[in-house]
Ligand binder design. Structure first.
Ligand code: HEC
Ligand code: HEC
Ligand code: HEC
Ligand code: HEC
Length: 214
């Protein structure tokens, strides 16, 4: 009898865990978990050797005053920008601009991740697979105009499905009056609910099929 009483809550926990594990249903934003930037690798306090004063999660990327004025993106940017020259996937794409340049200001694997506020940082850089490096020719193209003129190959952007919490899913970024694919077309820098900071699930290649008709 005693044993059975214990088994019931154990079984309930197991069922709950199974639901939790299999809960992402592509196309059902209500099933997408939401994980604040505070609890992600973008809280640089989580990075070995890096310590941000007062655990200010936003500080390495943003500051309320005296932002490093960048022509690329007006988001009160506080991080040193990459000075690298990149090899692009498409020769038609220029050097990274806008939000993509901001991402590459850490993911180039060269710029110190805690080089913000003009401090210079400790010299700690991203290593391993999250360091895309300066050769982007083996990465999905960025800095390219979305080919809306190919309706048999590419979906109409007005049909892009919602993301976490019903917010924006896959999106295009307007730069120089062109609707472009940039890092933030697929990634949401502030929310890691779906893993890899993705805007919609990668399960069933749902992310890819937002744009590509295959
Ligand atoms: C690792 C770097 C990073 C961290 C940490 C970060 N952000 Fe951002 N944030 C960005 C980038 C890059 C953009 C521009 C790209 C975009 O618009 O998606 C941005 C854009 C924004 C924007 C304008 C666009 C939007 O999403 O509304 C706001 C507001 C913002 N961040 C607030 C915050 C706050 C508040 C925090 C801390 C709780 C924070 N961010 C932490 C990188 C970061
Ligand atoms: C201030 C530095 C910084 C900036 C700016 C930044 N990141 Fe990161 N990012 C990191 C660090 C540090 C990690 C953890 C790397 C590791 O674990 O090796 C990370 C990890 C990631 C990961 C892997 C997450 C996971 O679940 O493992 C993705 C995807 C990512 N970043 C995308 C982006 C994108 C897209 C942008 C721009 C919109 C961006 N990052 C801007 C520092 C940054
Ligand atoms: C077309 C969609 C798309 C674009 C554009 C894109 N990514 Fe990703 N990215 C993904 C997907 C999907 C994953 C997860 C699968 C994987 O690991 O390859 C990922 C993974 C990552 C990771 C984690 C890699 C690892 O192995 O730890 C980083 C870091 C990252 N992206 C950064 C970027 C940056 C920076 C840009 C812009 C230069 C960018 N991404 C552009 C779709 C995209
Ligand atoms: C935001 C829209 C978008 C998303 C999401 C997206 N792509 Fe793309 N993809 C494009 C565009 C636009 C091009 C470049 C088209 C051109 O200029 O020829 C492209 C190019 C490609 C190419 C190269 C084609 C060539 O001719 O060189 C491949 C392969 C590809 N994408 C696969 C994927 C995969 C796999 C995913 C999911 C992980 C994905 N894409 C997600 C928009 C997207």
């Amino acid at each position: 009898m005693k044993r059975a009483i214990w088994l019931v809550p154990v079984a309930m926990v197991m069922v709950a865990a199974a639901i939790a594990l299999g809960q992402i249903v592509p196309g059902d934003p209500g099933s997408y978990p939401s994980v604040s930037v505070v609890n992600t690798p973008h809280n640089l306090n989580n990075y070995p050797g890096v310590s941000i004063p007062g655990n200010q999660v936003c500080l390495p990327c943003h500051t309320p005053h005296n932002a490093l004025l960048s022509g690329d993106e007006n988001v009160l940017w506080n991080h040193a920008e990459t000075t690298q020259t990149f090899v692009m996937y498409k020769s038609t794409a220029g050097q990274p601009e806008g939000p993509s340049k901001l991402c590459l200001s850490c993911h180039d694997g060269v710029t110190a991740i805690d080089n913000y506020g003009g401090t210079g940082g400790t010299g700690i850089v991203i290593t391993g697979s999250a360091a895309l490096g300066t050769d982007l020719s083996n990465d999905h193209p960025i800095g390219i105009e979305y080919p809306t003129a190919l309706p048999a190959e590419y979906r109409d952007p007005s049909t892009f499905a919602p993301g976490i919490g019903g917010g924006p899913g896959v999106k295009l970024v307007e730069i120089n009056s062109l609707q472009r694919v940039e890092c933030t077309s697929c990634h949401n820098v502030h929310n890691n609910g779906l893993g890899n900071f993705l805007r919609v699930p990668i399960q069933e290649s749902y992310l890819c099929l937002q744009c590509h008709i295959k």
